[in-house]
Design a protein around this ligand. Sequence first.
Ligand code: NAP
Length: 325
Amino acid sequence: MKKQVVLYKKLSPTLMARLQAQAEVTLIDTLDSEGLARLRAALPRAHGLLGASLKLDAGLLDLAPDLQAIASVSVGVDNYDIDYLTERRILLSNTPDVLTETTADTGFALILATARRVVELANVVRAGEWTRNVGPAQFGTDVHGKTLGIIGMGRIGEALAQRGHFGFGMPVIYHSQTPKPAVEQRFDAQYRSLPHLLQEADFVCLTLPLTAATEGLIGAREFALMGPETIFINISRGKVVDEAAMIEALRDGQIRAAGLDVFEREPLNPDSPLLRLNNVVATPHIGSATHETREAMARCAVDNLLAALGGERPKNLVNVQAWKA
Ligand code: NAP
């Protein structure tokens, strides 16, 4: 008998056909209140789940007594209670690697957009207000040759370092849980403690996961260590940053600008003070959002789910303990 899979993210026709060849599929294509009610109704029969951007807490998963595997279409796994899943021996998989380069591109787009004030000045042109040559009041700051500070030297951090070092001649400094000798050698990068990195970097870029240890890692004290020329970039998760403290730092000129792809609450509230600050470039969590990369992520998630439901260890298993058990 085919396994039951609940999709809470739409797949391309090719991937849908592949999944349907091996499983009975229920698609929940929106996560509004009606979609969530349909999800709750489908969970009691589910052996597998595939999707993203939904907090799957015990309250929901207790409705799925036969659940064997969850394939997250993301690299970040902060939407899951990993201990709970492991206890229930539910295999959780994610989609690393296939999104690394695209997310690093997004990081660099934010670096360039904030430093050169691309959005702010493009809006001047769009509004028909470009009436004379720009002067110092509109000048930006250079990217090339400036110091790139990366917090979380993993896959995406390394891809950012590669762009900075080879593309823009930027000295690279980084902070991570463990030193990375191979990265140091490849990009001539140097390890720094967090306070030293914040003091020294021209661009402070967050590329670490949201965990109990990183939640609120960057707050008022950390912004105070940055300088008035520092540009802050967040492509990791909004909750790694104390957003209120960041808004204060941006308002007071404690830092120069921020490029933000992620926020404490998403979608960002239209009343957020961030939207009234000219020195903020905000994007709607588009780190991996290209046609090619989203398809590659979905393919990876389908592979992981089919492997898990077929009794094999998924390539990108997150909770290895659940497999061992
Ligand atoms: P990764 O390869 O696991 O890299 C994360 C790095 O963060 C690791 O090198 C780790 O250091 C470091 N780290 C973890 N906890 C830390 C801490 N407390 N202090 C300092 N460093 C710490 O993951 P990745 O593939 O690069 O992805 C990173 C994150 O980016 C994801 O978890 C996700 O939240 C986010 N992301 C966002 C988007 C977007 O759309 N904006 C897209 C993709 C990913 P060690 O290696 O030393 O343990």
